[in-house]
Design a protein around this ligand. Structure first.
Ligand SMILES: C[S@@+](CC[C@H](N)C(=O)[O-])C[C@H]1O[C@@H](n2cnc3c(N)ncnc32)[C@H](O)[C@@H]1O
Length: 314
């Protein structure tokens, strides 16, 4: 087991480890189980019979439901083969409350010659009751246009989330076959928990959710049965942090028609704080894009701040 005060990675089997946790003790569960597609996870094989996979799914979901607080939220990643069965278990067997069916559009992948190339995974979001936390302001995306009637704090990101896979050339790429993007996980953590809350990931893999929780000030217990992935989590959690490894491209979007100098100046500073928090590496490009779009006019109305975002980067 690797642990510090707030982040624990437990080596073990998800049903067994969750079985030792107290009832109604967890605020948020993010689960990215094996999809039963034959992936090689080293010491465990992602290929069960159809009924065996459903029994396994029922077993871990039963524990997840038991340990979730009454106001808690559950997100489950799933491939297309089993997502309808998963929905049925959550909805009819566990009687959880449906909230969102999120489509993770990952933009690139294997091509098919007969049929459409797969480009998405599904993520089901259910809550344990009708009383749950949801922090919309923490996950808004920039508006396309400045309009007085628009909420310039940003728009709801919707239920189609575009994040590319963490490619092999990404400096944060881990030795794991199905590593998920940190930006994607961060959206769930930010929307459905607050600082100090406890998040459980029963299939933590390379530790994406644990890394995100570490950076966002949540407590986390990640469970993983392969000891070499546990070791990889340990290294990842000890590495310096330079920003999440993935971003929803809309976060870089600078609204058109920010023609009023005072509004523009305020908005641009807030943009760095709101949308590019935890993406320090995106700030330089943002400054360039702002200069391209508004450079001349901003210079003429603001003598000091434009081009200097240092006071709003933190
Ligand atoms: C889809 S991957 C998770 C990837 C992770 N979200 C990430 O970003 O790296 C599923 C993981 O669950 C682990 N696993 C499979 N069956 C398990 C079980 N019964 N209990 C705990 N871990 C399990 C596998 O070793 C694998 O690392």
């Amino acid at each position: 087991m690797w642990m510090n005060e707030d982040i624990k990675i437990v080596q073990g089997e998800a049903v067994d480890v969750m079985g030792q946790m107290a009832d109604a003790s967890v605020d948020l569960i993010i689960a990215d189980p094996p999809y039963n597609l034959g992936k090689d996870y080293g010491n465990n094989h992602d290929q069960m019979g159809f009924d065996a996979y459903l029994s396994f799914t029922r077993a871990w979901l039963g524990q997840a439901h038991r340990i979730l607080r009454e106001d808690g939220t559950l997100y489950v990643f799933m491939g297309v083969r089993f997502v309808s069965y998963l929905y049925d278990i959550l909805d009819r067997e566990l009687e959880m409350h449906f909230n969102s069916w999120i489509c993770w559009h990952y933009t690139q992948g294997l091509g098919r010659k007969k049929g459409f190339s797969p480009r998405h995974d599904d993520i089901l979001m259910f809550t344990k009751s009708s009383r749950f936390q949801f922090h919309l302001d923490a996950v808004r995306v920039p508006q396309k246009y400045y309009r007085a009637r628009n909420n310039m704090r940003g728009a709801n990101p919707g239920d189609v989330w575009q994040f590319s896979h963490v490619h092999y050339c990404n400096t944060n790429r881990q030795p794991h076959p199905t590593q998920k993007p940190e930006g994607l996980m961060a959206r769930m953590v930010l929307a459905s928990s607050q600082k100090g809350n406890l998040v459980v990931d029963p299939f933590v893999g390379s530790g994406t959710s644990a890394r995100v929780c570490q950076q966002l000030g949540r407590r986390c217990i990640g469970i993983e049965m392969n000891p070499s992935f546990v070791a990889a989590c340990h290294e990842r959690l000890s590495a310096p942090f330079a920003g999440f490894d993935s971003i929803d491209e809309r976060m870089r979007r600078i609204p058109n028609d920010l023609n009023d100098a005072a509004v523009r100046d305020k908005y641009l500073k807030n943009h760095s704080r709101w949308f590019l928090a935890h993406h320090n590496d995106a700030l330089a490009q943002f400054e360039n894009d702002v200069t391209d779009k508004y450079g001349d006019s901003v210079d003429s109305v603001d003598s000091g701040n434009f081009g200097n975002f240092s006071d709003v980067k933190k």
